[in-house]
Write a protein that binds this ligand. Structure first.
Ligand SMILES: NC(=O)c1ccc[n+]([C@@H]2O[C@H](COP(=O)([O-])OP(=O)(O)OC[C@H]3O[C@@H](n4cnc5c(N)ncnc54)[C@H](OP(=O)(O)O)[C@@H]3O)[C@@H](O)[C@H]2O)c1
Length: 356
């Protein structure tokens, strides 16, 4: 049994959503030292309960009273909800690890994948941003390539699953697929077009320069996390009829020549990357292989025959895990391991927890 003073009181803001449910699974699987647990969602979920470590917890709406008793808020209720509550959360002395895009590009807010730039968490001001799901899996690979041979330019095309757009988008893919197979009318409400048996080259809104906001996020967040503000990156983001797992075709122009074998060796040194690259045996990662798994999977590593020092790769990961919940919990673990967060119970005068 853990000492209550070594535990953190945790709130999940958005506990009934796809990322929220994954956060619960990851906290359980990694045995994160949770003291009190608060599942929070909107008034729509008022009568629901959420199961955590074999106990049912009532879902409640967020409140100042709750945040006063919380050490860390894992937020996955969207940008507007995070923006609404952030000041209150910080005032109450809790740290918010936010999955939305609300604070990612704020220079005062660290945007972190711990294995890539965990050092950026030092001196945080109570707000920490979790990157976009496509960015997280990409930077894990790019960081290693940069150290190996220097990144000059990155071209990424994403094939993003519908879970990246939340639980309603997953239901829409399932409903549309059933309707099509049964000859019934196909209804589209969440996605901009029919997603079943189709793909959509639009994720989020279009910007003035013709990129989508999702593509702009991948470009800007990659530069911020890698601390390479001038890095040439371009992206085309596509929604595909897959439930879980984002795939990326990545081409990197490098400063120095490097062989596919060297790339394979360097990537395989990472504890969070798995190489599946025996194409002659049909071994390469697909989203179905990666759903529910923690690693970033890399395959199809080959020389780009159109460029002098170019390498092509295929990168697949569970967008709800490394792209959201797992990365958020790893950030919380990093904060604990490096004494960058302290349980409120620990800072009481006599060291006795405020409540049990
Ligand atoms: N899915 C991914 O791969 C992924 C990856 C990275 C980041 N993100 C980000 O994570 C966030 C959530 O994504 P998701 O896929 O989990 O969405 P989701 O399945 O639609 O879940 C949204 C959650 O937010 C809650 N919520 C909505 N309005 C609220 C309010 N006013 N107050 C409190 N709670 C509220 C919902 O509660 P109710 O059930 O009561 O409506 C639900 O729990 C988004 O910002 C998304 O961009 C998602």
């Amino acid at each position: 049994m853990q000492n209550p003073q070594d535990q953190l009181n945790v709130a999940i803001l958005g506990a009934t959503g796809r990322v929220g449910q994954e956060l619960i699974a990851v906290l359980e699987a990694r045995k994160f030292p949770v003291g009190k647990f608060y599942p929070l969602a909107s008034a729509r979920s008022a009568n629901q309960t959420v199961r955590f470590l074999n106990k049912d917890y009532p879902v409640t709406e967020p409140s100042e009273e709750i945040f006063k008793d919380v050490d860390v808020v894992l937020a996955s209720a969207g940008a507007s909800v995070s923006k609404h509550w952030v000041d209150k959360i910080v005032e109450c002395g809790a740290v918010i690890i936010d999955n939305s895009s609300a604070f990612r590009m704020d220079p005062a807010v660290p945007l972190v994948v711990p294995e890539v730039n965990g050092h950026a968490l030092k001196g945080h001001n109570g707000i920490i941003a979790n990157p976009n799901c496509s960015t997280s899996q990409l930077v894990v690979v790019l960081k290693i390539l940069h150290e190996l041979a220097g990144l000059k330019r990155v071209i990424v095309s994403t094939y993003q699953s519908v879970s990246g757009a939340g639980k309603e988008a997953m239901e829409e893919l399932e409903d549309q697929s059933k309707a099509l197979l049964n000859g019934a009318e196909v209804k589209t409400a969440v996605m901009p077009r029919q997603i079943a048996f189709n793909l959509i080259p639009q994720i989020d809104v279009f910007l003035e320069d013709g990129y989508t906001k999702e593509e702009a996020k991948v470009i800007e967040e990659t530069r911020k996390i890698l601390e390479l503000p001038e890095l040439k990156v371009t992206c085309t983001a596509v929604r595909v009829p897959v439930l879980i797992g984002h795939s990326e075709a990545v081409t990197c122009d490098l400063e120095r020549p490097v062989s596919p074998a060297q790339v394979r060796e360097s990537l395989s040194d990472s504890p969070i990357i798995e190489i599946w690259d025996q194409p002659e045996e049909g071994r390469y990662p697909t989203p179905i292989d990666c759903a529910g798994q923690d690693p970033v999977y890399v395959g199809r590593i080959r020389k780009d025959s159109s460029s002098e020092n170019g390498i092509n790769l295929w990168v697949v990961a569970d967008n709800l895990r490394i792209g959201a919940a797992l990365n958020a919990v790893r950030i919380a673990e990093y904060l604990l391991e490096h004494d960058l967060i302290e349980a409120k119970s620990k800072s009481t005068k006599d060291g006795i927890p405020l409540s049990t």
